[in-house]
Write a protein that binds this ligand. Structure first.
Ligand code: TXA
Ligand code: MG
Length: 352
């Protein structure tokens, strides 16, 4: 067990914050582990240039060693120190960085194999969150950071959820309040021959990416389960992910039919409901607790709440969790991608 220290950075002045972040940056340079907020989810950071520091991330998370890490940089122009930058990267960087976008590029040899999990590529991200950016700049090295959850569980989007998983496993946790977006970054792989592939959807949608990358392909792993023996471009896609303890069932149906189906179930049930229907579940005769996912027309609100709610639902403990199946349009593609994994691809289609 490590003795974890806390930095309460949310809402304090820059002059108070700088010495605290300098101390955390020292910890990183000395090979320690620091959890920090980003605009997507909290990250579990270590010096990306130090092989043993980045290796200790896998132990703290219980992460399989073949699942590579994203390196976080303070400025998009730093990418060329660590990767073979292509013209398409520069166009993406100009449009979306700093921000919730990660780009996979050929790695330079300065990046240890513990970060790339032995691949020839490395994932790079320049976050927008000011605490994250200042921490990286003060550290003076790129920060390797996966989401700060124990492997397999939903990514943490608030300080309490970070502490639930990481107390005693890391040197420092920085409290930066709630993460604005709530789902992890969009990941795009750029190949040397100019191909661009979406590996993980996020707040930056395929439509937005196609303004810069008209030929963008979408990896089949974004919406579908891996077939037996199939290899995957992004190793993280093959693991059971974002999964709460109780089984999740996604219901593909009209709202009224969904309500009727749930009202006929037994056991202790949690329902993730769009705001406008939440009261209708509260009135049900069977034992249902309703969690408000946000208005059906506001996927950004749903993205902000999803992981938070899945973790809160686990704390109560249920036999089953029912949720609506999102569409695959825009930001909803990211919700679809996370929810279908949380449900281990269990979808029930209800016809009236
Ligand atoms: O928003 C985010 O991206 C957060 C914050 C902390 O920045 N980070 C995050 O990291 O979600 P992680 O490790 O939980 O997810 C990174 C994903 C994994 O699925 C991993 O397999 C994939 O990125 N990945 C990393 N390096 C890769 C590479 N070289 N090629 C393909 N996929 C890669
Ligand atoms: Mg993760």
């Amino acid at each position: 067990m490590k003795k974890t220290e806390y930095i309460f950075a949310n809402g304090i002045s820059d002059t108070e914050l700088t010495p605290m972040l300098s101390q955390a940056a020292d910890t990183l340079r000395r090979g320690g582990l620091v959890v920090f907020p980003t605009e997507t989810v909290y990250g579990l950071g270590a010096n990306a240039l130090d092989p043993s520091a980045s290796a200790s991330i896998y132990a703290a998370k219980g992460r399989p060693s073949d699942n590579p890490l994203i390196i976080h940089i303070a400025h998009p122009s730093d990418a060329e120190r660590y990767t073979e930058v292509t013209p398409l990267f520069n166009r993406l960087a100009e449009r979306f960085m700093p921000g919730p976008l990660t780009v996979v590029l050929p790695a330079k040899s300065i990046i240890p194999k513990t970060v790339t999990a032995g691949l020839s590529t490395v994932a790079v991200r320049c976050p927008q969150n000011p605490i994250a950016r200042r921490l990286i700049a003060l550290a003076g090295v790129p920060i390797a950071a996966p989401s700060a959850n124990l492997s397999g569980s939903p990514s943490p989007t608030c300080f309490q959820h970070v502490c639930d998983d990481m107390n005693g496993r890391v040197d420092v946790i920085i409290d930066g309040g709630e993460c604005e977006i709530g789902l992890e970054s969009t990941i795009v792989a750029l190949s040397e021959n100019g191909e661009a592939t979406l590996l993980r959807p996020g707040r930056i949608t395929p439509g937005e990416l196609r303004e810069v990358l008209p030929e963008l392909k979408i990896s089949s792993a974004v919406t579908e389960a891996l077939k037996e023996g199939e290899t995957v471009l992004s190793p993280g896609m093959k693991y059971r992910h974002y999964a709460p303890i109780a089984p999740v069932v996604l219901l593909k149906s009209e709202e009224k039919a969904r309500q009727k189906y749930i009202s006929e179930q037994s056991g202790k049930i949690a329902v993730l409901s769009y705001s406008e229907y939440a009261d209708e579940y509260r009135d049900m005769p069977c034992s249902v607790d309703v969690y408000d996912l946000g208005p059906s027309c506001e996927p950004d609100v749903q993205a902000h709440r999803l992981f938070y709610l899945l973790r809160e639902i686990d704390k109560v403990g249920y036999d089953r969790i029912f949720a609506p199946l999102p569409s695959k349009d825009g930001v909803e593609l990211a919700l679809y991608n996370r929810m279908i994994r949380a449900a281990a691809y269990t979808v029930i289609e209800i016809n009236k």
